[in-house]
Design a protein around this ligand. Structure first.
Ligand code: GLV
Length: 320
């Protein structure tokens, strides 16, 4: 009998086809997340789940899925998964690291430049018919060249962002749990404590996992420590930033601007202040959304899943 697999959303077709070639699939054939109750019902007879960061994989779900042999997530981040709970039950968890590094770094750069050079405000200005002349004072912003970039979390994506910053002639600071060997030599990036990074950076960009340690790492005190001209970029996870504190900091000019690919919660309600502040850009968690990268993520998730149902080691496994 073929293994039974639940795929929790429409994903790039190649991922579905790869799994369907070897398994009986049930696809939640929608662009919207599967409702929790339906998810719990549908995993009851499944050997594997191909899931997204919108599904909470916890003890409740694992209890509802007694046959589960593998959890394969089409994302690099896995803060939605209780990995320890999976490990306790001997269930391997797969993710999709590496393939989205450059794409996410590109998008981080797009956010950084959009905020610095006020692209969104410019578009809105033209659309509103306000463009009447070339303005010597119109929509000015800071230069990147010569500015200081502070990278919080110098993993794969943080390093790819650092590589881009070198081309823009920026001074690079970073912080992480400890200094990362080689990055000083490769990117000219200086390791500092978070306090110093916040105080000295013109741009602060977040690339850390969301963990209990990083939850609300950027809180009121952290925002207070930043320059009033600073721009904050978040393409990591919304929970790293205290959004109430961020609203306050943007309103009162504690910092100049924020550009967010990720929010807490997701989606951010359309009437949330961050959506409407003129000095904030919010986009719907699309940093990895290049066609090629989403295709690779879908195939990697399929490879992890197929290895899991065969009892083979996952090519990319999160738990030990
Ligand atoms: C996207 O946010 C991912 O973790 O892949």
């Amino acid at each position: 009998m073929k293994p039974k697999v639940l795929i929790t959303r429409r994903v790039p077709q190649i991922g579905i086809d790869m799994v369907a070639a070897h398994c009986d699939i049930e696809l939640w054939d929608s662009d919207l997340p599967i409702p929790r109750a339906t998810l719990l019902e549908k995993v009851a007879d499944k050997d594997a789940i191909y899931c997204l960061l919108t599904e909470r994989i916890d003890d409740e779900l694992l209890d509802a899925a007694p046959n589960l042999k593998v959890v394969s997530q089409m994302a690099v981040g896995f803060d939605n998964i209780d990995v320890a709970a999976c490990t306790r039950r001997g269930i391997p968890v797969g993710n999709t690291p590496g393939v989205l590094t450059e794409t996410t770094a590109d998008f981080t750069w797009a956010l950084l430049m959009s905020a610095a050079r006020r692209i969104v405000e410019g578009v809105e200005y033209v659309r509103a018919g306000q463009w009447v002349t070339w303005g010597p004072l119109l929509l000015m912003g800071p230069d990147l060249y010569g500015a200081t970039l502070g990278i919080v979390g110098m993993g794969r994506i943080g390093q790819a962002v650092a590589r881009r910053a070198m081309g823009f002639g920026m001074r690079i600071l970073y912080t992480d749990a400890q200094p990362i060997p080689g990055v000083a030599e490769e990117f000219g990036a200086h390791y500092v404590e978070l306090d110093q990074l916040l105080a000295e950076s013109d741009f602060v960009t977040l690339h850390t996992n969301l963990t209990p340690q990083t939850y609300h790492m950027i809180d009121a005190a952290a925002l207070q420590a930043m320059k009033p001209t600073a721009i904050l970029i978040n393409a990591a996870r919304g929970g790293v930033v205290d959004h109430d504190a961020l609203v306050e900091a943007l309103r009162t000019g504690q910092i100049a601007y924020a550009a967010l690919d990720v929010t807490e919660p997701e989606p951010l309600p359309a009437d949330h202040p961050l959506v409407h502040l003129p000095n904030c850009i919010v986009v719907p968690h699309i940093a990895s959304a290049s066609i090629a990268t989403r295709t690779k993520m879908a195939t990697m998730a399929a490879e992890n899943l197929l290895a899991g149902v065969r009892g083979e080691p996952l090519p990319n496994r999160v738990n030990p």
